[in-house]
Design a protein around this ligand. Structure first.
Ligand code: URA
Length: 434
């Protein structure tokens, strides 16, 4: 087989065979195809697409390019969820504890944050001693014993994706539904769970800018998952304003704790409940959303979800005292209130800009090598649709160095006002794959 012929075929808008896709991914993994040829094929895919069968085959070949975790020694259905990334997204911690408290086995591999979006691992590491790097055996043992583990990647998962993503990043070939869907799903498939819930975010702070694109991506990922024998569903959720009220690592841990205790922000709690309903049905622990919601509400009100979070922190070496008393979590040196200069309805909150401003405080990384300051971040006091008066609190800033005039100006620019009443945005726009 000649790789040149494969590029030629995709250039001419023809579907690749399973053998051709396997030959490509083997060549990527073994370094036998030069980067310029791989890049040419990537560009041809961006321009001419891939059908559902090709996309699923690509995900499967990528999944098999490295280690594949086998969770079959753990009894019951193993569940995973994945978010395409957003601002203030602390869902995995709270939702994981909620559904695990209802009896689900949650085996979750998460990532670090880069740019305006945060990563679950960074958030968990704001708890003293928390270990995100368990061995595969420790990971399985923990899921088996307590039903919940959230860790970084173990082993060499999907090496083909690492190479392809690095090339896509520098050849303007990131933006392609089959390439994004196969990249995300190859990693989910390799992490071994039986069911996958995808939280595909749309809007300004998200990878997909509008609902239609988010649905197209979600459907492409559902098709891959289902073709490869995983029960896969997706939620399309709003990222046109931060999720919950907090942005920043320790602040988000605190909000996740408050949420599993039943006093989290309304939008974030609703997202967790809707996601939890789906996961409990996928995991065959509930037969209807109503039954699932009751189970989740009980897990919260009886303190079981909080207990589960505590257990996970204890198992992973974290300081449980910080979970019991969140005053012990890292705290910033300074706290500054940002108050509204005008009256009106909040018509827009630029979530991506808020993510970038939080990153500049030290809550996130501009490059992979940057250190994280766990204590700093933002606590929002308003949501889209709220009416504010001049002098009302918009946001509290937790910081360790002086805020520059430019930073404060940019913070004010993240809020837009209207004289007319503005409808709040529903957090869950749609559920796909039911
Ligand atoms: N996230 C991934 O893991 N892969 C992509 O291609 C895009 C986002």
């Amino acid at each position: 087989m000649r790789f040149l012929d494969i590029i030629e075929k995709k250039k001419n808008k023809l579907a690749l065979t399973d053998e051709e896709i396997q030959f490509w991914i083997d060549g990527v993994t073994n370094d036998t195809i030069p980067d310029y040829q791989i890049s040419a094929l990537l560009m041809a895919i961006v321009l001419n697409g891939m059908d559902e069968h090709e996309t699923a085959k690509l995900a499967e070949a990528m999944m098999n390019s490295g280690d594949v975790i086998d969770l079959s020694s753990i009894e019951g259905i193993k569940s995973d969820k994945h978010s395409t990334g957003g601002v203030g997204d602390k869902t995995s911690m709270a939702l994981g504890a909620m559904v695990a408290a209802c009896g689900l086995k949650v085996a979750k591999m998460s990532g670090r944050g880069l740019g305006h979006t945060g990563g679950t691992l960074d958030k968990l590491e704001s708890i003293d001693g928390f270990n995100c790097f368990l061995t595969e055996d420790q990971f399985k043992k923990q899921v088996d014993e307590i039903g919940l583990a959230i860790i970084g990647q173990t082993g060499e998962l999907v090496p083909a994706d690492k190479k392809l993503y690095a090339l896509r990043d520098v050849t303007a070939t990131v933006n392609s539904i089959p390439l994004i869907a196969s990249s995300i799903m190859s990693k989910k498939l390799a992490s071994g769970s039986n069911t996958i819930l995808l939280d595909v975010k749309y809007g300004e702070g998200a990878f997909m800018q509008n609902i239609e694109d988010a649905k197209t991506l979600a459907n492409a990922m559902i098709s891959i998952g289902n073709k490869l024998g995983r029960n896969t569903m997706a939620m399309i959720t709003d990222m046109n304003q931060p999720l919950g009220n907090t942005i920043g690592n320790a602040l988000e841990v605190q909000e996740a704790i408050e949420t599993v205790q039943g006093h989290g922000p309304k939008d974030f709690t609703e997202l967790c409940m809707r996601a939890g309903e789906i996961m409990l049905i996928q995991g065959k622990l509930a037969s209807s959303k109503e039954e699932a919601r009751k189970m989740l509400e009980e897990a919260i009100s009886l303190g079981k979800a909080f207990e589960k979070l505590l257990k996970m922190v204890e198992y992973q070496g974290g300081n449980v005292e910080q979970i019991k008393n969140t005053d012990l979590l890292p705290k910033s040196k300074f706290v500054t209130e940002i108050k509204s200069k005008e009256a009106g309805y909040i018509s827009h909150i630029h979530s991506m800009q808020l993510g970038i401003l939080a990153m500049h405080l030290g809550a996130g990384r501009a490059t992979k090598a940057d250190p994280i300051n766990y204590a700093v971040g933002l606590k929002m006091n308003v949501k889209k649709g709220d009416m504010v008066q001049a002098g009302d609190l918009l946001c509290t800033v937790y910081h360790d160095s002086d805020l520059t005039e430019e930073w404060v100006d940019k913070m004010y620019q993240t809020f837009q006002y209207s004289d007319e009443k503005v409808d709040p945005i529903p957090i869950v726009e749609a559920i796909l794959g039911e």
